[in-house]
Design a protein around this ligand. Sequence first.
Ligand code: FES
Ligand code: FES
Length: 209
Amino acid sequence: MTLTFTLNGARRRVSVPPLKRLLDVLREECGLTGTKEGCGEGECGACTVLLDGLPVNSCLVPAAHAAGAKVTTVEGLSRNGRLSNLQRSFVNLGAAQCGMCTPGMVVTSAALLATLRGRVPSQDEVRVALAGTLCRCTGYQKIVDAVRAAARPARPAKSSASGKRKRAAATRARARAAAGRPPKPAARGTAAPRTGRRGAATKRRRAAR
Ligand code: FES
Ligand code: FES
């Protein structure tokens, strides 16, 4: 059969046997290997994609079910090579624990956040949403934290003029260090740091009194 559907925002047309699994169509016909196969039996959630916005186990979905539908894979969550807020949150909070489970976790979490429209889910809500995606290594806490952090509106960064100057100076110092250049000498008028020699001279003067 000829299958026409919208994949990550673009129209796709592929010729496939109607009972071929959506998972295989995505990986083999469309070259989107971000969707993983774990169990192949609907148990682990590694193969989760969004079908018209709802998470499904693509290892259980015949390709024919995607006809005319919108399919979103983990690749479709980023834009122009930039990770989504949710994906960055997974990276920043150490929630991208293994390559097999993470795509399914991220896609399932994206569906949850889309239904909440900006509300931060409770820990229990995230855990219930992720109940069908199994982790057998580290556990779920970092994943739960990452999903909740992604739902929070970004706080405006506190910035004072002196804070900005200090950050800029620290950045320049790190750049000098990374380039193997010595630190800049202190500006004129800046108090010289106390050294062991000065301390020793003071002790000698005090002892002589
Ligand atoms: S591979 Fe589909 S649920 Fe495990
Ligand atoms: S995240 Fe894959 S086994 Fe834990």
